[in-house]
Design a protein around this ligand. Structure first.
Ligand code: 5GP
Length: 210
């Protein structure tokens, strides 16, 4: 069994990353979603060990000291980080692991593990982003304005990603995400065992003929 691949998914708040990942896991086998640790408080409906591992700042700093995190970053006054052990176990089991993290973390993961695929998810336009944020009906106008302002900053880093995934139609977007990851598996650098085997077979045939 070959090792799984690591994919980082980032994107503006309101780009539909959560729905996209949920649909990917529902539609296709072989994926695992990493669960991050954070010092922010749970939002209504969020559960420990499902959405995040909620930790105190002291506990989070301890994880950093123990080198238990693949990456960590500070975002809007809270720490967020990816526990390394789960990611590595899933990769060893051949699962394709997805991290849904922001850009600072994404770039740290890419620097540590260059075979990681960085994908940035975006709505088709700024108007559409605003429409989606407003349409949720859960956020105040101030919060929406804050997210749109942050989107301006986040758009600065978009060109550092390997792929831009425009989330217009959900099913199409899920299929394209799956195809991107499958295509990465087919790259020659991940097909070392196959290449070795077919080279040997071809050489053996020639030897027999000789
Ligand atoms: P939220 O508080 O809205 O759940 O997440 C805020 C931001 O933190 C999002 O952009 C999310 O992708 C990012 N995030 C979540 N987990 C991690 C993590 O483990 N590491 C990093 N670097 N960012 C994370």
């Amino acid at each position: 069994m070959s090792k799984g691949l690591l994919t980082v998914l980032s994107g503006f708040s309101g780009a539909g990353k959560g729905t996209l990942m949920a649909r990917l896991l529902e539609k296709y086998d072989g994926y695992a979603l990493s669960i991050s640790a954070t010092t922010r408080s749970p939002r209504p409906g969020e559960q420990e060990g499902v959405h995040y591992f909620y930790r105190t700042e002291e506990e989070f700093l301890q994880m950093i000291r123990e080198d238990a995190l693949l990456e960590h970053a500070c975002y809007v006054g809270n720490y967020y980080g990816t526990p390394a052990a789960y990611v590595d176990r899933m990769l060893e089991e051949g699962k394709d692991v997805i991290l849904e993290i922001e850009i600072q973390g994404a770039l740290k993961v890419k620097a540590k593990r260059p075979d990681t695929i960085l994908i940035f998810v975006t709505p088709p336009s700024a108007d559409e982003l605003e429409k989606r944020l407003t349409g949720r009906g859960t956020e105040t106008p101030e919060v929406i304005a804050g997210r749109l302002k942050r989107a301006v900053e986040e758009s600065e880093g978009m060109d550092k990603y390997d792929y831009i995934l425009v989330n217009d139609d959900l099913e199409e977007c899920v299929d394209r995400l799956h195809s991107l990851i499958r295509a990465q598996h087919d790259r020659a650098c991940f097909q070392g065992d196959f290449i070795t085997a077919i080279r040997r077979e071809l050489a053996e045939r020639e030897e027999k003929k000789a």
